[in-house]
Design a binder for this molecule. Structure first.
Ligand code: ADE
Length: 227
C-alpha cells in the first residue's frame, strides 16, 4: 500500500512512521508513506498557502490553488482509491473502516489547517472525509499519523503474528480480554489460574467470556450495534 500525505507541517510526520510495526512494514515493502509539503506549492516570496475567508470571520482557509496543484501532480502519477480529507466533521474512524481502507493500494491523505480546506477542493477532489474523534486538533497531521498507524498494522505480513492484527483489541465487535505476562505472582496478585492450566480450549472459552464481560462493562455500545 502506498499512502501520500499532503501536510502543512510535514515535520510532524517525520517520526511516527520510523518505529516498530510501521517501520518494519516499510522495510518489508508492504507500506510506502510519502509526505508532501504543501508550502512548496505556495506562490510568492512567502509561498503563501492560506488566506482570509470570504464573508469575514476569524481564521484562515487553505487556498485552493496550492492544494489543487499538489493533488493534480500526484494524480498524474497514480490513481488513488480514495482522496481522504482529515477533518473533525468527517465520518468517525473505527476498526471496521480501518479494515476496509487497509485493502486499498493507493491512498491520498490531506491534512487541514487553520479553518481547513476551501469547500471547492472538498467537492472536487475529496472522496472521503475522516475524523479520528469528536475533538478538534489544530491540524490534520496527527490525525493522518493515527490513520496510517491503524492501517499499517493491518497489512498482511506487517505483524509477526498474523492473527493478532484484528484480534488484539477488537475481537469481532468486542473489546479484548485481559493480558498477563511473567511473573505469575506480582506483588501478591496472581494470574488467573486458568491461564496456567495448559487447557487451550478452556482458555479460549474463558477469554471469550472475559471479552464479553469487559465489553458489557466498558463498551456496551459495541454489543448494541451487533444486536
Ligand atoms: N483535524 C483536526 N481535528 C481533527 C480530527 N478530530 N480528526 C481528523 N482531522 C482533524
Amino acid at each position: 500500500m502506498r499512502i501520500d500525505i499532503i501536510a502543512v507541517l510535514p515535520e510532524l510526520l517525520e517520526s511516527p512512521f520510523q518505529h516498530s510495526i510501521l517501520k518494519r512494514a516499510q522495510q518489508k515493502g508492504l507500506l510506502e508513506v510519502v509526505v508532501h509539503d504543501l508550502r512548496k506549492f505556495g506562490k510568492g516570496k512567502h509561498r503563501q498557502i492560506d488566506d482570509y475567508q470570504y464573508g469575514g470571520g476569524a481564521g484562515m482557509v487553505l487556498m485552493p490553488e496550492p492544494v489543487a496543484t499538489c493533488i493534480d501532480q500526484l494524480q498524474a502519477e497514480r490513481r488513488y482509491d480514495e482522496v481522504i480529507y482529515l477533518t473533525p466533521d468527517g465520518e468517525r474512524l473505527d476498526q471496521g473502516k480501518a479494515n476496509q481502507l487497509s485493502l486499498h493500494r493507493n491512498l491520498l491523505l490531506i491534512c487541514g489547517h487553520y479553518k481547513g480546506l476551501d469547500e471547492r477542493i472538498r467537492e472536487h477532489y475529496v472522496t472521503r472525509e475522516i475524523s479520528i474523534g469528536d475533538y478538534v486538533l489544530s491540524g490534520g497531521e496527527l490525525a493522518a499519523a493515527i490513520l496510517v498507524a491503524a492501517l499499517g498494522r493491518l497489512l498482511p505480513g506487517a505483524l509477526f503474528d498474523e492473527t493478532s492484527a484484528l484480534f488484539v483489541f477488537f475481537f469481532y465487535d468486542m473489546v479484548s480480554t485481559e493480558f498477563y505476562t511473567r511473573p505469575a505472582d506480582f506483588r501478591g496478585r496472581a494470574v488467573p489460574p486458568i491461564l496456567l492450566s495448559g487447557h487451550d480450549r478452556a482458555i479460549d472459552e474463558w477469554r471469550h467470556e472475559q471479552s464479553l464481560q469487559r465489553t458489557r462493562q466498558r463498551r456496551p455500545d459495541l454489543l448494541d450495534e451487533v444486536e
